[in-house]
Write a protein that binds this ligand. Structure first.
Ligand SMILES: Cc1cc2nc3c(=O)[nH]c(=O)nc-3n(C[C@H](O)[C@H](O)[C@H](O)COP(=O)(O)OP(=O)(O)OC[C@H]3O[C@@H](n4cnc5c(N)ncnc54)[C@H](O)[C@@H]3O)c2cc1C
Length: 390
């Protein structure tokens, strides 16, 4: 990595959105120079595991080897197949959609940290082929403007040093924190205050009892639970509620979390009890963990004139009920990569279409407090983004 070099693009964040942006940019403009900065620790558990089956198409677009590698990883036990969705929502029994009804087949319950690392590895591979690209394990700390370029400060994980890199464009793919955009004065507008409390469970030996490969969603009086089976005889259970709801205080401690689970979510509770799952005991980690899970959008989400864009959760985040977070981040990144390639080639600062898409979504989020409008907005936007790249 060269701190003197003026990169075309610096991307902060190497999750689905950041990696898709880099892969799509180089796919369209192989000589584009970029630096992808990411601070994730791939050995740490990451929440957000359900990958819809049709994601394969977008992965193949980004890197033709990705679907095959993902399948091989699944066959070797890093991820598990998801056979469908089941829900107990305003009913006393389970309603189910089997993946046999899905033309794309089964989705996956990912080891998210492994999946994100696979995406970064794909970016590293093109970086090896395309000399101008680099992937840096580091943490973005500051951004400033110097005449016509960005000065981006990064704490390098290996050396511990702070290094300043220069670029024409900066992309915020840092997830819900929107670390870059916040420093540039943008604001994350929250549509609600949904929180997610999650606990990973484990059984010591392969459990014949737990052969439930569905994502199971169960509504409760003050929120909703979901559970997914994970690789290595594990299972994640997540409780969602508003931060002002009294149950959010109860769910913060493991006793309260288990009490809510076993008294309010009888189907998920049965799975945990029948297979003798225990809360995963890992040194240095305690459950439940809490994370923001509401819907939000960034305002503004981009500025063509000063040359920054937000993408993925940094630009707009959804309630996890939709299971659309990763696919939307991948599609947005793909669109943005294409758009950047076009703008770099023409060297214009014209307002690009992707900016309009992001603003369009932002207006839907503000307008659509009603669930139906919100769902239609999300579907419309993701398919609109996808149609533009196929
Ligand atoms: C409880 C919950 C459950 C979910 N379940 C699902 C699901 O089942 N399916 C689904 O599709 N989606 C799910 N999601 C949503 C999904 O995880 C996100 O939409 C998706 O990860 C967004 O991708 P992204 O690349 O925008 O951001 P992220 O995945 O958050 O990636 C951001 C990256 O930026 C890095 N980063 C952040 N700050 C810095 C910095 N300062 N310097 C360097 N790097 C930085 C991070 O380490 C990370 O690697 C869930 C979300 C929640 C909260």
């Amino acid at each position: 990595m060269d701190s003197e070099q003026l990169y075309d693009v610096i991307i902060v964040g190497g999750g689905p959105a950041g990696c898709a942006t880099a892969l799509s940019l180089v796919r369209s403009k192989p000589d584009a120079s970029f630096l992808l900065v990411d601070d994730a620790d791939p050995s740490k558990f990451k929440i957000g595991e359900s990958l819809p089956a049709d994601t394969t198409r977008i992965l193949a677009y980004l890197d033709p080897d990705l679907p095959e590698t993902l399948e091989a990883d699944t066959e070797s036990g890093k991820h598990v197949y998801c056979t469908g969705n089941a829900s107990v929502w305003n009913t006393s029994d389970i309603h189910e959609t089997d993946s046999i009804m899905n033309p794309y087949g089964m989705g996956l319950h990912l080891d998210r940290a492994v999946f994100d690392e696979l995406l970064r590895e794909s970016v590293r591979a093109i970086s090896r082929d395309q000399k101008p690209g680099h992937v840096l394990h580091g943490s973005f700390t500051a951004v400033a403007k110097d005449s016509n370029s960005w000065l981006v400060s990064v704490d390098d994980v290996g050396s511990g040093k702070t290094i300043v890199y220069r670029s024409k464009w900066i992309i915020d793919a840092s997830g819900r924190k929107a670390s870059v955009a916040q420093k540039l004065g943008a604001k994350t507008v929250k549509q609600d205050s949904l929180l997610a409390f999650y606990t990973v469970f484990a059984v010591s030996e392969h459990s014949e009892v737990d052969d439930d490969h569905r994502t199971l969603i169960e509504a409760t009086p003050s929120g909703w639970f979901y559970t997914s089976q994970l690789a290595h005889n594990r299972r994640v259970v997540v409780y969602h509620t508003d931060d002002k709801d009294p149950s959010s205080k109860i769910a913060r401690k493991i006793d309260g979390f288990l009490n809510l689970l076993h008294t309010q979510a009888r189907f998920i509770s049965s799975i945990i009890q029948d297979a003798d799952y225990d809360v995963l005991n890992e040194p240095g980690t305690s459950y439940p963990k809490c994370t923001a899970a509401g819907s939000s959008n960034l305002e503004p989400a981009c500025d063509d004139e000063s040359r920054w864009y937000a993408v993925g959760d940094a630009a707009m985040a959804f309630d996890p009920l939709s299971s659309q977070g990763m696919i939307t981040a991948l599609k947005m990144g793909s669109r943005l990569g294409l758009e950047l390639a076009r703008v770099l080639d023409s060297d214009t600062q014209a307002v690009s279409e992707v900016g309009r898409d992001v603003k369009f979504v932002g207006s839907i989020r503000t307008f659509g407090r009603d669930d139906k409008e919100l769902d239609e907005g999300v579907l419309l936007t993701t398919s609109a983004l996808y149609n533009k790249i196929t």
